[in-house]
Ligand binder design. Sequence first.
Ligand SMILES: [Zn+2]
Length: 243
Amino acid sequence: MRYQVRVIDVNNALQNYIWIIEDTETQEIAVVDPTEANLVVNYCDSNGLTLKQIWLTHWHKDHIGGVPELIAEKNIEVYGPREELSKIPFISCPLNHNDEFYFNDLKLDVIAVPGHTLGHIAIFADEIDSLFCGDTLFAMGCGRLFEGTAEQMYQSLNRLSALPPRTQVYCTHEYTLSNAQFALQVEPENKALQERFEQVQKLRDQNQITLPSTIEIELETNPFLRVNSAEEFKRIREMKDNF
Ligand SMILES: [Zn+2]
């Protein structure tokens, strides 16, 4: 496949991942939510790649921290939510819900997912079955409600769970193990969840990444996608905040 998704493990306290989309024909990359510039620069240097685009999901520092340095000397397109322009002034290509844009000939669809922040967006690449969802959907979890309401987040998660089940879910943080512990408390009898918990525990014991997930796996094991109302969502989100 022409476009390949790679990862940089930031290895910080927040356990961020920086996702890289590589065009293997042109050796150009797009990078999602670059926490730190030097990690991306080193990655490009050691793999002979050129940074062409930056995609931002929301304004939090651990998602945009590397951008000013990355764009300082080069002409790099910065895509991000129009609604957060005041907080991310270096966005050069502001995006709204349902917008499309291209990385070379790879088409990207923009999905507004307010909740964690009000302008939060997710980016969906249909051709490579990939979703870059920032801090909205996590493996067996979801982002905290810093700005939006439970109702908004519930609707946002519904937008994501309606994507094709085979969609690979690339979230920003390695929160999988603690999310699994909470999920098991909500649904102790869920067989798929029990099995996933064991897999995840093995991976983390070896310090290995647990991502990407898929929409299908999340529908089976993520309690935040398995609720039937905004009220139910709110109740579980509050339980998780105090977990
Ligand atoms: Zn965030």
